[in-house]
Design a protein around this ligand. Structure first.
Ligand code: FAD
Length: 551
């Protein structure tokens, strides 16, 4: 369907505008809906997918590992659900979830924080922008967001600034002992990874039972899936959540202000318009630029909120490589939570003597279950089938651990989200197209990181290692794209950013972006504790502004 044809369907229009329309019910949208509804504002959230009940997950089926490779794959182009939109890309495997909770429905809750230097890369080397505020400015929001999510860990990590208390004690380290041996031998930093998985009952939720099914989410509610931690509170405060409601475009009036959004009611098949005084866009680093670009009009020929021309550009995923190592001792590596057990920040800061700027972290991750290990677990190291399988399995099963190398990737304008000319979603709307590659600086960083992981595996006493660079030889590193950041970056001026430091569009005064798309840098760690903290800060600011206007 051509974009202009979208005006053809009959659209049922609401007359009375609500206070705030939130688009997307994931991490950012859940935080925003909760904060705004708790202030008494009339909030409606439109989410293209539905709820996930505990029994919908594969945890309770004998073929749970098979399902994780198919209908529960975290890659949208593999599982092909109508709730998702497909992604037109040759460069990567885009990972996300569409439904209440967004990608937190299937993430693993690894919860490190950015480093203070991640906020001032402009001053450090100029290849990334400075944030308009500092780590210290965000610190209290990290703490408040952690309290909402429930985080386990242990205080005293010497590699990062002191932080407030964890909500629960650390999860058991178990199979990480082989890696700890390696770290100690090399004298490198290591610390138990903070995780948004509670090890004790907290806030009405039960402690993790170590079932190990985290890669298709948590059926108990021990992991911070915002469908469990935030949405019940948002709804109790009066937020209305409309599921299976896919937004096609945001409309604006003659004064340039957003008036609301056109969406497909995927239950009735009808097109509807929800009017609103303020619009919050929270559709993630791919869905948000997709919608802004799809909201083009004669007044906004390059897409909405795009006077800078930066909407969709500077996509960051993190450089990623995984090494699997096997030692000659049982580690119980198939038991327990799947998120990282340890983090090493030894190489997180720039040291130009290494031949690149920025840094990376190493994460120690346990292996998956038996079927998954035979199928190649993290490195694609598929065990031999037929004769030799049992001998291989006895030697490897329960004896492996993975070292995940996560590198800060430079924001590049050619790494971008645009609208596909050829692929549409189940409602006929143009799918996002993604082009992505790593900068040579980041390729050098990942080569260095893999060398360090090999060194660590050797120090841990590994008898065998396998490296997964995720891509065919000669194509460098092509990460499975589970971190979707930077495509509508926040900044200091309308020509260097899409939104200001509060997520407000420079162009459309009543449009605020609250999700991962606004991050100007991605750090060298998983981003969601930072996305959550920033969302809470900016949603609170919006709440105060809107409440003040009403009083
Ligand atoms: C497999 C996997 C593992 C991960 N593991 C970790 C981890 O361990 N630690 C970590 O920090 N991060 C992890 N992440 C990333 C984390 O999930 C994201 O950073 C976070 O969820 C981003 O929040 P968001 O609000 O930007 O978007 P999301 O949480 O993705 O929410 C966006 C929502 O918008 C909805 N939407 C999009 N377009 C439309 C539309 N047109 N109309 C209506 N609704 C729409 C989507 O359906 C979705 O529900 C992982 C992600 C994946 C996929």
């Amino acid at each position: 369907m051509a974009r202009s044809e979208l005006s053809a369907p009959v659209i049922h229009r609401t007359k009375e505008p609500i206070d705030v329309l939130v688009i997307g019910a994931g991490m950012g949208g859940a935080v925003a809906s909760m904060v705004l509804a708790q202030a008494g504002l009339k909030v409606v959230c439109l989410e293209q997918g539905g709820w996930t009940a505990p029994e919908d997950r594969p945890h309770f089926s004998a073929d749970w590992e098979w399902q994780r490779l198919n209908n529960w794959s975290t890659a949208v182009n593999v599982r092909k659900r109508s709730d998702d939109y497909p992604v037109d890309t040759l460069d990567e495997s885009t990972l996300m979830w569409s439904g209440v909770g967004g990608s937190t429905v299937v993430y693993t809750g690894t919860w490190p924080r950015f480093r203070p230097s991640d906020f001032r890369k402009g001053a450090e080397h100029g290849c990334q922008p400075d944030w308009p505020f500092t780590y210290e400015d965000l610190e209290s929001w990290y703490e408040a967001n952690d309290r909402n999510c429930g985080v386990s860990g242990i205080l005293g990590d010497p590699a990062i600034p002191p932080r407030g208390p964890f909500q629960t004690k650390p999860l058991p380290l178990g199979s990480a002992r082989a890696a700890i041996r390696g770290f100690e031998k090399l004298g490198w930093h290591w610390w138990p990874m903070p995780n948004a998985i509670i090890s004790e009952d907290y806030d009405g939720r039960p402690a993790c039972n170590h079932c190990g099914g985290c890669q298709s989410g948590c059926a108990r509610g021990s992991l911070n899936d915002v469908a469990v931690t935030h949405w019940p509170k948002a709804i109790a405060a009066g937020a209305e959540l409309r599921t299976h409601a896919r937004v096609a475009r945001i409309e604006t009036g003659p004064d340039g202000r957003a008036t609301g959004a056109v969406y497909r009611n995927r239950t009735t098949g009808e097109w509807e318009f929800q009017a609103a005084r303020h619009v919050v866009l929270a559709a993630n680093g791919v869905g948000t630029p997709r919608l802004l670009l799809a909201s083009e009009s004669s007044a906004h020929p390059n897409g909405l909120a795009n006077s800078s021309g930066l909407v969709g550009k500077n996509l960051m995923h993190h450089g990623l490589a995984v090494l699997e190592a096997w030692v000659d001792e049982p580690l119980e590596t198939h038991k327990g939570f799947l998120s990282a057990q340890l983090i090493c920040e030894e190489f997180a800061e720039t040291d130009i003597s290494r031949g690149f700027i920025n840094g990376f972290t190493l994460h120690i991750v346990r292996m998956n279950g038996a079927g998954y290990q035979a199928h190649g677990s993290h490195s694609g190291n598929v065990g031999p089938w037929g004769s030799g399988h049992h001998a291989w399995f006895r030697q490897h099963f329960d004896r492996g651990f993975a070292i995940l190398c996560m590198g800060d990737d430079l924001p590049l304008e050619e790494n971008r989200v645009t609208l596909s000319e050829t692929v549409v979603d189940s409602d006929g709307l143009p799918a996002p197209r993604i082009d992505y590659h790593l900068h040579p600086n980041d390729e050098r960083m990942m080569d260095f990181a893999v060398d360090r992981a090999v060194e660590l595996a050797g120090a841990a006493g590994a008898f065998e290692i396998k490296v997964n660079r995720w891509s065919p030889p000669g194509r460098g590193y092509v990460p499975p794209a589970w971190h979707l950041m930077g495509t509508c970056r926040l900044g200091t001026l309308p020509d260097n950013s899409v939104v200001d430091e509060w997520g407000r569009s420079w162009d459309v005064p009543n449009l605020t972006l609250i999700d991962a798309s606004v991050l100007p840098t991605g750090g060298a760690v998983n981003p969601t504790s930072t996305i959550g903290a920033l969302s809470l800060r900016n949603a609170t600011h919006l709440r105060d502004q809107l409440s003040r206007r009403d009083s």
